[in-house]
Write a protein that binds this ligand. Structure first.
Ligand SMILES: Cc1cc2nc3c(=O)[nH]c(=O)nc-3n(C[C@H](O)[C@H](O)[C@H](O)COP(=O)(O)OP(=O)(O)OC[C@H]3O[C@@H](n4cnc5c(N)ncnc54)[C@H](O)[C@@H]3O)c2cc1C
Ligand code: FES
Length: 275
């Protein structure tokens, strides 16, 4: 019996594409031929091939408890993502994975969970949030703070509306710049944390977003009394193989693609190179 090569992608047809923001789309990939389609964990990622252009890593954006598809939410930034944004239902991409470690959802059991997302940082958190909602009795209070540049830059607008009506969690949103339609908070997401009361010892915080946001959010979370080891994020490094072979993602002796991308801030402080 021959093992499948780590470098050989599964072929996956795009079933549906959803426009999230002017530069971000969610791709629903047919996963019938992908044996791990429900056997992954929130926080893991895949390498997606756009044939003839290249491969890039994307987090699995939906909880394995939810989707009949593999969902990836992709912002247009360069060669692979620009070409992907020309793809429609019926086009075929390659998928390798799932790779990397996962959010510590077992350690999260019995605790209050505080999620802080910024912009395109919501997709990895959404995978865990929906996982938690599907195992709701295992966790205590669930709070989601989400910030985007403008109302149009919010991803998963329908899901945010559902979460805002749900008694299972508390969602607070903010935008840097409002418009005529926006009745919510205006200002950066860190403002929502200032003065918040949390049971610090019982809280596990998860945050993903642009590096500048993370710096301020982590400082606020620690100021609230949450231990650095209870502040969890994902690190983005330039990746190629995704499986600890090529060395592109190395930070000291760490292979971010295998040992990460999920780290807590106690671990991050010990990495040779700060994020
Ligand atoms: C674990 C992980 C999960 C991710 N999940 C998502 C996700 O869910 N959604 C999403 O939209 N993005 C995600 N990303 C980011 C995404 O993989 C990158 O934006 C990817 O580079 C896009 O590929 P591209 O060919 O379109 O752009 P590229 O051509 O790679 O360019 C994108 C950016 O990377 C820079 N860059 C290019 N080459 C290098 C290099 N050698 N070293 C450093 N920087 C370089 C470019 O200057 C540009 O700013 C994730 C990244 C990681 C590591
Ligand atoms: S991406 Fe190749 S070693 Fe991590």
């Amino acid at each position: 019996m021959s093992a499948r090569s780590l470098y050989l992608p599964h072929l996956a047809e795009i079933a549906r594409v959803e426009e999230e923001t002017p530069d971000t789309r969610t791709y629903f990939l047919e996963a019938n031929g992908v044996e791990w389609r429900r056997a992954y964990h929130p926080g893991q990622f895949v390498e997606l091939s756009v044939f003839g252009v290249g491969e890039a890593p994307f987090c699995l954006a939906q909880s394995p408890t939810r989707s009949d598809f593999i969902e990836l939410t992709v912002r247009r930034t360069g060669a692979v993502t620009n070409r992907l944004h020309t793809y429609r239902a019926g086009d075929v991409v390659g998928l390798r994975g799932p790779f990397g470690n996962a959010f510590p959802f077992e350690r999260a059991r019995g605790r209050n969970l505080l999620f802080v997302g910024g912009g395109i940082g919501l997709p990895p958190l959404r995978s865990l949030i929906n996982y938690v909602l599907d195992h709701r009795t295992d966790y205590r209070d669930v709070t989601v703070l989400y910030g985007a540049r403008t109302p149009a830059d919010r991803v998963y607008k329908n899901e945010l509306a559902e979460w805002s009506r749900s008694p299972a969690l508390t969602l607070v949103e903010t935008v840097d710049r409002g418009d005529d339609t926006w009745t919510g908070h205006v200002g950066v997401v860190t403002r929502l944390l200032k003065g918040m009361t949390v049971d610090a010892a019982a809280t596990l915080a998860f945050t993903c977003g642009p590096p500048v946001m993370l710096t301020f959010v982590v400082a606020e979370l620690i100021a609230l009394g949450i231990a650095p080891s209870n502040v969890v994020t994902t690190l983005e490094r330039y990746m190629k193989c995704g499986v600890g072979k090529c060395g592109h993602c190395c930070v000291g002796h760490h292979y971010i693609c295998v040992d990460g991308p999920v780290y807590n801030y106690d671990q991050i402080r010990r990495l040779p190179e700060a994020p």
